[in-house]
Design a protein around this ligand. Structure first.
Ligand code: HEM
Length: 427
């Protein structure tokens, strides 16, 4: 049976002996994926916090809402990602045995040590200082070109969709060039990645799983072919480099190609929507309040602060899951081995014990956030995402001093991967 918000395992007991009703979080989670909750999750985060640092999830397991508890889960050795072996132990069907879920369970983010350590070591620091410095001029040039198109559209139509014209295009252009992918394939890749992530929602519906399954097969076909071509060409691109590294580590060529396909597909999925959402949310956060745009224009030295505050305020990935590798305790609650917990990045970043007055967007806050995760799985592309955001914001501020919002953002109705589908601007 596929889990639903109504499914209801036994209510757990708190350290103080109080029994917590698993249904308490249902209205809050419903609201989180509603249009109002997507636009402003503040009341949901407050509501969850009122239920505690560890809120029993309606379908079993827990939602982790407090910053420190989330941090502990992300960094602690007790906590594992729900890998293939964990999924095999689940009796619930529908989600864990779905093709889309199973395919993802073999990618980097769903591996535990020692396989995870081996893959991370083989990759090294993908976007170190020198690599980012080399990529920067091209990213700046790409931004300039995208903003030419934005200006042209505003000139002809009076307004334009920043999200579709710029935020979506910059990350695929950047990662596409880095992986040496043909630009004519970009639209296909964007469609596949938008459709694949449904399976990573907390409670995907049957139809979402079906869309995701098709996208997963398309991605598999696309990237398997790409890896085969790179092996045949034996060039000096990033993917050919990964093939050579793994050929030296593995005797089985087929295993190498499968691994490189999974890696390439995962890095592509991980890098696109996330960065696109950051770019749109960042611009929206600055434009929604009068005076902020002008303030930052006069103080470009605070561009990095604005990016970090946008990351804290509106994390593109809102939830991530871990499972207890052994019997353990979290926020005073005993959790048996295999218990699943959902790290609520958005709620953690708005924990007032960590970031006072958390629902206020404050460029000068210098707050802390968990938006790129933590511990062994910390995001490999954080530096690149920041670089893209810096290039875009710097040029937007200089070229569009009177930029304004023509209509507020629209969002995909999802709980885990936050996606801005439209942000219309005028100048
Ligand atoms: C604003 C943009 C981005 C956000 C918010 C973001 C967020 C995240 C988060 C939350 C994780 C999981 C961390 C954890 O489990 O503790 C992650 C992992 C990852 N990200 Fe990002 N990401 C972004 C951009 C990128 C980009 C641009 C790339 C690559 C080009 C990338 C590649 C990866 C990879 C490979 C992992 C898996 C790391 C592992 O499991 O070891 N991400 N990211």
């Amino acid at each position: 049976m596929t889990a639903t918000l109504e499914a209801r395992p036994a209510d757990p007991e708190r350290p103080d002996g109080r029994v917590v009703d698993r249904r308490a979080a249902v209205p809050l989670l419903r609201r989180l994926r509603s249009a109002e909750g997507l636009a402003d999750p503040s009341p949901v985060y407050d509501g969850l916090r009122a239920l505690g640092d560890l809120v029993p999830a309606p379908w079993g397991g827990y939602l982790v809402t407090g910053y420190d508890a989330c941090d502990q889960v992300l960094r602690g050795r007790t906590w594992l990602v729900p890998d293939f072996a964990w999924q095999e132990r689940q009796t619930e069907t529908g989600r864990w045995d779905a093709v889309a879920t199973q395919e993802m369970s073999r990618t980097l983010s769903r591996l535990n040590a020692p396989d995870h350590t081996r893959q991370r070591r083989s990759l090294g620091n993908l976007f170190d200082r020198n690599t980012l410095r080399d990529m920067e001029p091209q990213i700046e040039a790409d931004v300039a070109e995208l903003l030419d198109r934005l200006a042209e559209r505003i000139r002809t139509d009076g307004e334009a969709d920043l999200s579709a014209l710029v935020s979506e295009q910059l990350p695929i252009g950047t990662v596409g060039r880095w992986l040496d992918i043909a630009p004519e394939d970009y639209p296909h890749i964007l469609t596949m990645t938008h459709n694949q992530v449904h399976a990573q929602e907390l409670l995907p519906t049957k139809s979402q799983l079906a869309v995701s399954e098709q996208a997963t097969m398309d991605l598999r076909e696309y990237f398997t072919r790409l890896v085969r071509e790179r092996r045949d060409n034996d060039g000096d691109d990033v993917i050919a480099g990964w093939i050579r590294t793994w050929d030296a580590l593995e005797s089985d060529r087929e295993a190498t190609d499968r691994m490189v396909y999974q890696l390439t597909m995962f890095v592509t999925i991980a890098s696109l929507e996330t960065t696109a959402t950051l770019l749109s949310s960042l611009v929206w956060s600055l434009l929604r309040s009068p005076g902020r745009w002008e303030w930052l224009r006069e103080r470009p030295e605070h561009i990095d602060d604005a990016i970090d505050e946008a990351l804290r305020y509106d994390p593109p990935v809102r939830v991530n899951s871990r499972v207890a590798g052994e019997d353990t305790e979290l926020a005073g609650v005993f959790l048996p081995k295999d218990t699943m917990v959902h790290v609520m990045y958005g709620a953690a970043n708005r924990d007032p014990r960590r970031n006072p007055d958390p629902h206020t967007f404050d460029v000068l806050r210098r707050g802390t956030h968990l938006t790129f995760g933590g511990g062994a799985h910390y995001c490999l592309g954080a530096g690149l995402a920041r670089l893209e955001a810096r290039a875009l914001l710097g040029q937007l501020l200089r070229r569009f001093p009177t930029l304004r919002v023509a209509s507020p953002p629209e969002y995909a109705p999802r709980m885990v991967f936050h996606r801005v589908t439209s942000l219309r601007v005028a100048a």
